[in-house]
Design a protein around this ligand. Sequence first.
Ligand code: AMP
Length: 282
Amino acid sequence: MQILKTIEEVRAWRRNLPKEDKLALIPTMGNLHTGHLSLVYAAQKHARYSIVSIFVNGLQFGEGEDFSSYPRTFGDDCDKLHAAGVDAVFHPDEKELYPHGFASVQIDPPPIQNELCGAFRPGHFRGVTTIVCKLFNIIQPEIACFGMKDYQQLHIIRQMITDLNFSIKVISVEIARAGDGLALSSRNGYLSESERLEAPQLVLHLQKLCDAVLSGNCDFAALSRQMADLLEARGWKVDYVEIRDADTLASVDKYTTKIVALVAARIGTTRLIDNLTINLPD
Ligand code: AMP
């Protein structure tokens, strides 16, 4: 497995790959878990070569967020990726990707960037699209893999690929969960023992909400409010619970066939996100 630190090294490595073979990129911030590895395995199904980027992108963190405390475990990450058969890791430092600092040209996503998580993390998705666009330009993959855990991110990246005419196929990967249902996340490591026991309530409540929809309850606003109230009563601080059209992320309308229920909430100081998608009953 090649460990590449500079853009020049990536380009030289890329140039030497056989032209007829595809390359899949899996962008990550490191501290890899089984969820990240499921992206790697999906990549390997679709492409002969895979490259994982590991970069904690300061541009997508807001003031007071966990940029400096974000877990950086490069050695362990490389062991996991090597064992998984990844061909290369791109692990640049900040100067390599942002030679002019964050006062750089950036990619501004459409207004959906200010909804859902974006309403609570101003500028977050601009940071995400900017770094992903840079990685696409540097690595030039045919395929890029993203997790459905970050549903809004996936949606915005798909739109960026269309709008900026990248010739890249997106592979989206189901959420990998712990045995008790909690979506795997690098941020789960912040949870205390008691918070970790409480954390699966997020998906349990989402499941209840989806069950209510499946049994015919279409009052999405009331269902969302009710779920937020129940979580708050258990000690969570809820950013949002929302039901949206799963394909467009717009509000549900008469053309919606599939919905996504999304939640972001804080337990203690840890902010967790999750979502479930279901087909609407006829
Ligand atoms: P991150 O390192 O948190 O930036 O995540 C890198 C990629 O892994 C993103 O595409 C995430 O959506 C994906 N990912 C993170 N956690 C999970 C999970 N539990 N299941 C599936 N994909 C995930």
